[in-house]
Design a protein around this ligand. Structure first.
Ligand code: ATP
Ligand code: MG
Length: 285
């Protein structure tokens, strides 16, 4: 399912004296079956933006189109049920998303809500919990007894269990250990291989280069770039400073080399590429 934002503006508390204008003329395209990463400094509007994809927030003006569904400020709550079945969001703070007495019940909730029988919902929940790496001995515990990383996985399973066509993940790596982070990136690629449209918000540029087909950069509520990782991470280093964004590790190393007089023909995205460039472009005495 493709997603299009057309001149979306959004204010929290629109129409009140406390109205705070957050998104400004956001226009972008997230194509079907691709991974779009959204990056930008804290407070730039990433979480606000993605909550428009399933109508949790509605544009103050402009429109969001998800497949054939058009979302505007006039869209009614009951029209959103179908959309929410197709768009799964795993939120930035998983503890706000969990609510049931046990992990298994929590993950069964969405499939049950969307019309599955109890047996079907249980199968879907068990399958999804296995897929995101939640050990069986945790399934009957309260989700609130779990560690941050496990909570994150359960919240993710709760979103995936209803098999959405669009999967939005808001900083899913937060709270995961390095192994968990690698597994998460594998999950993103697996979802992509199943033809799903994936949207990943991340502060970790190495994650972005590992999975993203395109990157959207937000700055003060505006989209300031939408392009491939190759193009983005070859922009001027000063631009990254201004956007308060990091470069991937390989790019940071290449910048350090440059400061020491060693120039490469392009800025590498991953360490293997850096090693290759050093090998072919830096003379060995
Ligand atoms: N419910 C709310 N009511 C009022 N203002 C809000 C609300 N949620 C967020 N904001 C404000 O909107 C702006 C954008 O916040 P948002 O959470 O979308 O940023 P973000 O890019 O996701 O940041 P982070 O990287 O820290 O998660 C911030 O100034 C924030 O204070
Ligand atoms: Mg956020």
């Amino acid at each position: 399912m493709a997603i299009t934002f057309e001149k979306v503006n959004f204010s929290y508390g629109a129409g009140t004296v406390l109205a705070q204008s957050i998104l400004h003329d956001v226009t972008l395209e997230m194509p079907t079956g691709l991974v779009t990463a959204i990056v930008g400094q804290t407070g730039s509007g990433k979480s606000t933006l993605i909550q428009h994809i399933n109508g949790l927030l509605k544009p103050t003006s402009g429109r969001v189109i998800v497949d054939h569904f058009e979302l505007t400020k006039h869209t009614k709550e009951k029209e959103l049920v179908k959309l929410r079945q197709k768009v799964g969001i795993s939120f930035q703070f998983p503890e706000n998303q969990l609510f049931a007495n046990t992990v298994l019940e929590d993950v069964m909730y969405a499939p049950l809500n969307f019309g599955a029988t109890k047996a079907e919902a249980k199968l879907a929940a068990e399958d999804t919990l296995r897929r995101v790496g939640v050990a069986v001995d945790l399934w009957h515990k309260s989700p609130f007894e779990l560690s941050g990383g496990q909570m994150r996985r359960v919240a993710m399973a709760g979103t995936l269990a209803s098999n959405p066509s669009v999967m939005v993940m808001d900083e899913p790596a937060a709270g995961l250990d390095p192994k968990g982070q690698t597994e998460l990136l594998q999950l993103v690629l697996e979802l992509k291989s199943l033809g799903k449209t994936v949207i990943l918000i991340s502060h970790q540029m190495d994650h972005v280069v590992a999975v993203a087909d395109q990157v959207v950069v937000m700055h003060e509520g505006r989209v300031v770039a939408q392009e491939t990782p190759e193009k983005l991470f070859n922009r001027d280093a000063a631009w990254f400073k201004k956007m308060k964004l990091d470069l991937p590790k390989a790019g940071q190393l290449a910048e350090k080399m440059k400061a020491n007089g060693i120039h490469l023909s392009r800025r590498p995205l991953i360490l293997n590429e850096l090693a290759r460039l050093i090998n072919t472009e830096v003379s060995h005495e």
